[in-house]
Design a protein around this ligand. Structure first.
Ligand code: ZN
Length: 269
């Protein structure tokens, strides 16, 4: 079992999905996280064949959402495509406030209702859903679920078939983080652990994430929280960064693997 997973988004500007899979395989990685739009670019049959040829499994499938008008009708098709890739979990991307919508409380109630309907679909199709709380600065336009507390509360209400992913970028500031990771672990719903870093200064909220070790997040201590909560999965490298996207994908992956080994003691074979 590999301890490191790359999210394709980390190198997507210069490596299509087929190149990304090859680069991962060359590094002894056995699992990847993938994107529906990247599958569409190379063709689903080619993507599935490449995964099979490399003997690779899928951790996270990105993604279901944003929940705009009429989205739930299209979601079933996306969930079915996700299921063909047999991922461990499928990400929910709720989106922020709807056009003309005012009031976060109402938006959250709407999203909770939508998630519960998506969960019924996902259970029928046979995939597990993952809520990834995003940073509160993204509440307006990206996700109205902005803390692990809220994600845990929602999972408590919804029952089986849904869990949470902890992304250090979104949650590092939260004084309740350790307690909520433990809560998620006890409930058996810790599905993933995304790593990157928070740079000072941060020039852009979506495209200026740091390489692990280049920023201010206490990565080893969050890793401890995850392990104490019983998480035995891989660390998933997910860096949205115009700086890293401009570099050679192979170099980016090698730097990230070295950092993971150093910070998390992770292995890649
Ligand atoms: Zn993430």
């Amino acid at each position: 079992m590999s301890d490191i997973v790359f999210n394709h988004a980390t190198v997507r500007e210069r490596a299509d999905m087929l190149s990304f899979l090859r680069l991962s395989a060359e590094r002894g990685l056995e699992t990847v996280s993938i994107w529906g739009d990247e599958i569409a670019k190379v063709g689903e049959a080619n993507a599935l064949a490449a995964l099979r040829d490399h003997g690779m499994k899928v951790a996270g499938y990105n993604r279901i959402g944003p929940f705009g008008p009429g989205y739930l009708d299209r979601a079933e098709e996306e969930l079915e495509r996700a299921a063909r890739f047999a991922p461990d979990h499928v990400f929910l991307f709720t989106g922020g406030l709807a056009e003309g919508e005012r009031g976060l409380t109402a938006a959250r109630r709407r999203v909770e209702d939508q998630v519960s309907r998506l969960l019924e679909m996902a259970r029928r199709i046979g995939v597990k859903l993952a809520i990834e709380p995003l940073h509160p600065m993204l509440a307006g336009d990206r996700s109205v679920i902005t803390s692990l507390t809220a994600a845990n509360d929602l999972c408590d209400i919804l029952g089986h078939g849904i869990g949470v992913v902890v992304d250090v970028y979104h949650l590092w500031w939260d004084e309740r983080l350790g307690a909520e990771i433990l809560r998620a672990g006890r409930a058996g719903r810790l599905l993933g652990f995304h790593v990157n870093d928070w740079l000072l200064p941060t020039r852009h909220l979506l495209t200026d994430r740091g390489m692990m070790g280049d920023g201010i997040i206490e990565l080893a201590s969050i890793d401890d929280m995850m392990r104490r909560a019983g998480f035995r999965g891989a660390v998933e490298v997910e860096i949205f960064s115009t700086d890293w996207w401009a570099r050679d994908p192979a170099e980016v992956m090698d730097v990230a693997i070295a950092r993971c080994r150093h910070i998390f003691g992770a292995k890649n074979s």
